[in-house]
Design a protein around this ligand. Structure first.
Ligand SMILES: O=C(O)CCC(=O)C(=O)O
Length: 267
């Protein structure tokens, strides 16, 4: 039985908001205690990734992209199969969508403003057109996001701007970035084409932001993936197995030192 917090009308208006603005925020959607637990479990992984010489290529200084191992607590169907979020996802990228990414972006003290960017190229770059959504990011922080610790900044309504429009309107100063402070438990649903950037974390405490990627059923993004340990497969629901169908099944969860290949994201 689906477990919804929002009514169908509310889900429809959240979906419409993403179509119009490029993102919406579901306030206090996940349990803060669960987010805190994820943060505690993630910190040693981040440390191991940094100590192993983890790359910041493409993201700027002191900012790390780390894929989460698909094991507890991160392989949590109450998060990646959340019925409200999946309803919005389906309304945006269609039935039988796939989950392609379970990762984190973490700025540390010493991080900087990123260039304003989007996370995916258009589907048909040769034609200079934009399409309905095909790739979404679900973002939620593992600590409260304040003005001091590097809030994500996003410009509403820019996801459908073509490259020519982006260049012209950037030149004219029309990209209005807004910081998105987030409480523990808040979730953002984002069309990855909406212009955004990471900002500096000015505190000594890392600010991890989880990203779960969902794509249209025919879209495979080779730059991201989730290694599914064979032992987990039997624990997955039918829906989860279907959603994760493009990901490799492996003997064991990936170590936090695995080389990340998602380092070109700026379009
Ligand atoms: O989490 C953030 O601050 C944004 C990072 C980002 O946009 C990126 O690295 O592509």
């Amino acid at each position: 039985m689906p477990n919804h917090r929002y009514t169908p009308q509310e889900l429809s208006s959240l979906t419409q908001k993403v179509l119009k603005d490029g993102y919406c925020v579901l306030e206090q959607h996940f349990s803060p205690a669960v987010m805190q637990h994820w943060n505690e479990q993630f910190m040693p992984l981040l440390r191991a990734y940094i100590d192993s010489g983890g790359s910041t290529v493409g993201r700027g200084p002191a900012r790390y992209y780390v894929t989460l191992p698909f094991e507890q607590p991160f392989a949590d169907p109450t998060i990646f199969e959340d019925d409200d979020i999946l309803s919005i996802v389906e309304g945006l990228v269609g039935e039988d969508f796939v989950m392609c990414q379970l990762a984190t972006d973490t700025p540390l003290l010493g991080s900087d403003y990123q260039d304003v960017h989007r996370d995916a190229p258009p589907l048909f770059p040769e034609f200079g057109i934009e399409t309905p959504p095909f790739q979404l990011a679900i973002n939620f922080p593992l600590v409260e996001v304040t003005r001091e610790n590097g809030p994500f900044e996003i410009a509403a309504g820019t996801h459908l701007w073509t490259k020519a429009e982006r260049m012209e309107r950037t030149e004219k100063g029309e990209v209005k970035l807004e910081p998105v402070p987030m409480k523990l438990g808040d979730v953002m649903v984002r069309d990855v084409r909406a212009l955004h950037r990471g900002t500096p974390n000015q505190t000594p405490i890392p600010r991890p932001m989880v990203v779960i990627g969902y794509s249209r059923k025919w879209l495979l993004r080779p730059e991201v993936s989730i290694d599914i340990p064979r032992s987990m497969v039997g624990e997955l629901s039918h829906r989860a197995r279907r959603m994760l169908r493009y990901n490799p099944i492996v003997d064991a969860a990936s170590p936090p030192t695995k080389h990340e290949t998602y380092d070109t994201y700026s379009y």
